[in-house]
Design a protein around this ligand. Sequence first.
Ligand code: GLC
Length: 530
Amino acid sequence: MNIAATVWWQAGTIYQIYPRSFQDANGDGIGDLTGIIGRLPYLTRLGVDAIWLSPIFPSPMADFGYDISDYIGIDPIFGTSADFDALVAAAHGQRLKLILDLVPNHTSDQHPWFLESRGSRDNPKRDWYIWRDPKPDGSAPNNWMSEFGGSAWQFDDATGQYYYHAFLDKQPDLNWRNPEVRHAIYEVMRFWLRRGVDGFRVDVIWHLIKDGEFRDNPVNPNFNAGRPPHEAVLTLHSADQPEVQEVVAEMRRVVDEFDDRVLIGEVYLPVERLVAYYGKDLSGANLPFNFALLSAPWNAREIAALIDRYEQALPLGAWPNWVLGNHDRPRVASRVGAAQARVAAMLLLTLRGTPTLYYGDEIGMRQVAIPAERVQDPFEKNVPGIGVGRDGCRTPMQWGATDNAGFTSGEPWLPLADDFATDNAAAFASDPHSILSLYVKLIDLRKHTLELVFGDYVPLQTAGDVLAYLRVYDGRALLVALNFSSEAASMHVEGEGGEIALTTELDRRGENVSGVLELRGNEGVIVRLR
Ligand code: GLC
């Protein structure tokens, strides 16, 4: 089998760009499309195959683009429609696929659809959103909570009803039980697919359908006060309803009207429920995002167990995927520490399934502490002080040691990390032992190694805090051994041994391994077995 000839979203590596923070070209302190175009050569040198952009559409930016007021435009902060076409052409010219964010669960409250809907009870678009009468005492229709704090229901004085918003009150939920809504969003998808995009990452896809009877959610018996308030009730009736699978399959059919596109779903659910989003007979999302590593306790046993659990839950023929970071979760380098960030990289790029990288993780960017007066994230503003803020993982990309790390000539919209003078892409690109060099080598090895792309995953028994597995394809095998501890460790290697292909420290290459493999603290090793 030739890797290049197979489906790109299976063999390739995806890279998430948070456009506000990637590269600013016009000096307003916020990243833009022209900035991204200028950085595409960096991404091709890194070796990734596809980029996914968080939303770039017109938006009041109450949730930084996840509140869309026009699904088929480009927000002027990011550029023009012509800039977008230039980006598609430039990406494709450099053999990069381009994936857009689709946010179908809700619009901005400034979207013309919502302005019409809230206009009167008999407006033709009234039923495009979720409107309910108050309870007899005037209170909200049920106990559903907004993920960003408070009730999920907002009372609208003009028409005397509440509307539902799973997120901010400025993000009213669309009514996906209404066929006109479905049709409208499917047309949006076709618009961008015709424009050349290679697929979508669908925002909160498991939220699209809610209980038809709007029953109260059960109280969460395990809730504790340090957690965000919305966790006080479970989402039994407000998300992950069986009928959502019909919508996912419809979206997939739209994507499949075009050649060679991909449908990715954002789904935060336990793996047993997550895998339902592959759909009946794999008619759903090509890749329901697997976020298991985002919250896993960082030790070999836990990680081994969650990989097994995921592998076992996958439906026959379903293609796996793995994610280490995104714009909603703390940076991996801060979660696991700088030394283990290298182990995490090797894990992500040697597991079975499509890896998705979050911008900056390839240079070990850390979670940045944001002073109160510079907080931007509405989640942190609504629910302050318990650590839910997402600004810290959205800080500007650290390109070089120059002013503002080369991100902008203006005032950056979020503060930069204070380590950017030493920890940046330019410095790391010329250091053969940097984490960036490790990412380049891992991505390259994956690209040229059938075992890593198509091989079976075979877990191995190990002692201590070591995770080890084989990737086996066509009688050939690679051994991956990852030491999650800072103490040295060793493991027995069965059979005829082999030769080291790569280590997290980017040394020992070609070293012969037989009988015992020695691992330094925090070291990961890939051995090509004989
Ligand atoms: C998704 C996005 C997140 C956003 C939320 C509401 O979880 O990743 O950033 O705030 O949806 O759209």
